[in-house]
Design a protein around this ligand. Structure first.
Ligand code: URA
Length: 200
């Protein structure tokens, strides 16, 4: 699947019925953004707004994510954003392992096409699918992992920050770590402009 084009990948996602999540959805949500971004963000799965619009992170969690990115000087359209599953789980439940597994080839193909230098994993599902099934975000967030030359860091999902704002401080530390890593790699601020600063 790694060698396919974006068009082929999008078509495969459109046609996919590998797991039951595709039943009853309004739109598939493949992901969007800069397809050659050095920074890729992976969330869990589409929610209500995302399912309505066919776009990742456009609901309340997405609005917070936009502000988090801007606070470190990154316009949203300069990163690539997608999810572990491309179909909304019923009642926004956590995707089941069989569902994330069925969707994993799409995530792998997206990563192969974007070829990011840094991946920010938003929440436990993304971290478990990508790094280690035993990860606990409260314990394991903020730690860099390098896989096939790509730097990966897990942080809280923006929905968790909306539910518990006391986690924001740690999330901001993680965003700063991402900015520092991009800087270390010579990709910041040249690519993203000067830091805008401030917390949302
Ligand atoms: N939560 C996610 O994990 N992804 C989205 O696209 C929206 C909310």
């Amino acid at each position: 699947m790694e060698t396919m084009t974006w068009e082929q990948l999008e078509e495969q996602i459109r046609q996919c019925s590998r797991c039951p999540l595709c039943r009853g959805i309004n739109h598939k949500v493949p992901g969007q953004g800069d397809r050659s971004a050095p920074l890729m963000l992976i969330g869990e799965g589409p929610g209500y707004q995302e399912d309505q619009q066919g776009l990742a992170f456009v609901g309340p969690a997405g609005q917070l994510l936009t502000r988090m990115l801007l606070s470190m000087g990154m316009p949203r359209d300069r990163v690539y954003i997608c999810n572990t599953v491309k179909c909304r789980p019923p009642e926004n439940r956590t995707p089941e392992p069989g569902e994330t597994e069925a969707c994993l080839p799409f995530l792998r193909a997206q990563t192969a096409l974007v070829r990011p230098r840094v991946i920010l994993l938003l929440g436990a599902t993304a971290a478990r699918v990508t790094l280690d099934p035993n990860i606990r975000i409260s314990r394991d967030r903020g730690v860099w992992h390098q896989r096939s030359g790509v730097w990966m860091l897990a942080t809280y999902h923006p929905s968790a920050l909306l539910r518990d704002p006391s986690k924001k401080r740690e999330a901001w530390t993680d965003m700063d770590a991402v900015r520092d890593k991009l800087m270390e790699l010579g990709l910041y601020p040249d690519l993203y402009g000067e830091k805008a600063g401030g917390e949302p």
